[in-house]
Design a protein around this ligand. Structure first.
Ligand code: TYD
Ligand code: MG
Length: 455
């Protein structure tokens, strides 16, 4: 019998087994065994030879003497994408672009490759999910530059690697990593073993030839990069494309970046002609805000290192439902639960018999504790039916709320205040502006507008 070239390894305890088991014989966890290619044993390896290695000893070099040539980054021509990448794609790097289906991953990579080709770089688009004809139809909407991108539609890893080695492009996109199939493994495409093998092979190709490779990966609704999550340690850069398919705004964040900061985020809008960068996102959101109606507050948020003004809206409606509904759009459900509990206990705002809906306008997702105060203000304003500001003097806010109802400082207050001032928001309620508790903040915000101290 031919020797098997794969084995199964438990992702929890590392137990190795020739056969697949539903439950790991080592640690008894369920569903943790993953098929992997067996490492090729070195033919001349000395085993147990008294601890003496057969390898050649290397000469360590002080870091200061290590040669690090400054490689020119490949600019994708999409300003927001380049900024999130830390200045463009680094040759020889492996980038994972994750996001839920339909968010616009294929669109952004097609535009980026089009721009690179227009600037004289060589590119290759490997489409595993869509036929070449389907990708062409998309490219037609994106303009003439995108139509110049060379494409192959293929799912066999060996064929893809052979094509990349023959073409040696500067940049290659693999859309998506979950549909490529490594012949040596029996697991279905997209399974953990397959995805790991595919990414490992492509990484070696990227490093060997200095090709920047972008792997597109789908994320499930629960947020797990099913498959791709196991790649995070392997790749140089993990980008996450977020937003809701039904809404037009999308944010692009770096979750990991070996060549830049992970604090950057870019905002895009999906239009008929593809993704358009939104550089003045604050202006857009402030202009669209419904100042002057109850339940609306402007939040000075931070999107990475960049301040962003967004509108937080709340609706509080009486209900017979037990338990009442709690809906959060663009903020974490657990944060909403916490803010509601603090409002009930420490600010006398009771919503026990009401449905509460909170949403960040425009489909932006805000994941930072600095949003608490604006959420609390919007809910209190909706409950009491009292607007937080008037059309010409809207109220903005930021700050974290502690479990005892105290207001807590958050990062970059100066940048948030500067952004608010830039857009003519003079009234900003925040932990440094006076009130020490959420109760005091509500009192001053829901009182006459002039009672709030200008920041
Ligand atoms: P797509 O890039 O295919 O998403 P993904 O690769 O992440 O699954 O595009 C997603 C959606 O964007 C699709 O529903 C159609 C829409 N779209 C536009 O609105 N305008 C455009 O110019 C393009 C190309 C797509
Ligand atoms: Mg796609």
């Amino acid at each position: 019998m031919a020797r098997a070239t794969t084995h199964h390894v438990c992702s929890a305890c590392g137990h190795e087994s020739a056969k697949w088991h539903g439950r790991c014989p080592g640690c008894e966890e369920w569903g943790t065994l993953v098929e992997e290619a067996k490492p090729v044993a070195a033919a001349t390896g000395v085993r147990g030879g008294g601890g003496k290695s057969s390898g050649r000893a290397l000469a360590p070099v002080p870091l200061g003497q290590v040669e690090a040539p400054r490689v020119a980054r490949l600019r994708t021509g999409i300003g927001e994408l380049d900024r999130v990448l830390g200045g463009g794609l680094v040759p020889g790097s492996l980038v994972l672009l994750g996001g839920s289906p339909g968010i616009g991953k294929s669109t952004i990579v097609t535009s980026a490759l089009g721009n690179l080709v227009a600037r004289g770089q060589s590119a290759l688009y490997v489409s595993g999910e869509e036929s070449a004809a389907q990708v062409r139809l998309r490219a037609e909407r994106l303009g003439p530059a995108a139509l110049a991108v060379p494409i192959v539609a293929e799912t066999d890893l060996e064929a893809v690697v052979a094509t990349i080695e023959a073409e040696r492009p500067d940049v290659c996109v693999v859309d998506s990593v979950q549909v490529l199939h490594a012949g040596g493994l029996t697991g279905a495409p997209g399974s953990v073993g397959q995805v790991r093998e595919v990414a490992g092979r492509l990484m070696r190709v990227a490093k060997t030839y200095g090709i920047a490779i972008v792997l597109v990966g789908h994320v499930t609704k629960e947020g797990a990069l099913a498959g791709p999550r196991v790649l995070e340690h392997l790749v140089d850069c993990v980008l996450s494309f977020e937003g809701e398919r039904e809404r037009t705004y999308r944010t692009l964040r770096a979750l990991k970046n070996r060549f830049g900061s992970t604090n950057e985020a870019g905002v895009f809008e999906m239009r008929d002609e593809g993704l358009v960068e939104v550089e003045d996102a604050s202006a857009r959101f402030v202009a669209e805000a419904t100042n002057g109606s109850p339940g609306s507050a402007i939040l000075c948020a931070m999107e990475g290192s960049r301040p962003l003004l967004v509108e937080v809206q709340a609706l509080v409606a009486p209900t017979e439902l037990v338990p009442p509904r709690r809906m959060a759009n663009g903020i974490d459900r657990n944060r909403l639960a916490l803010v509601l509990a603090v409002l009930t206990r420490h600010a006398g705002i009771s919503v026990g018999n009401a449905d509460v809906f909170v949403s960040v306008a425009g489909g932006v997702r805000i994941d930072e504790p600095g949003a608490d105060l604006a959420i609390a203000l919007a809910i209190a304003s909706a409950t009491k039916g009292v607007p937080l500001g008037s059309n010409d003097r809207p109220l903005a806010a930021f700050g974290e709320i502690g479990l005892t109802g105290e207001l807590r400082h958050v990062a970059h207050p100066d940048r948030r205040l500067a952004e608010a001032r830039k857009f003519g928001l003079e009234r900003v309620l925040h932990p440094g502006s006076g009130p020490a508790t959420v109760g005091a903040a509500l009192k001053s915000a829901l009182a006459a507008p002039s009672a709030v101290r200008a920041a």
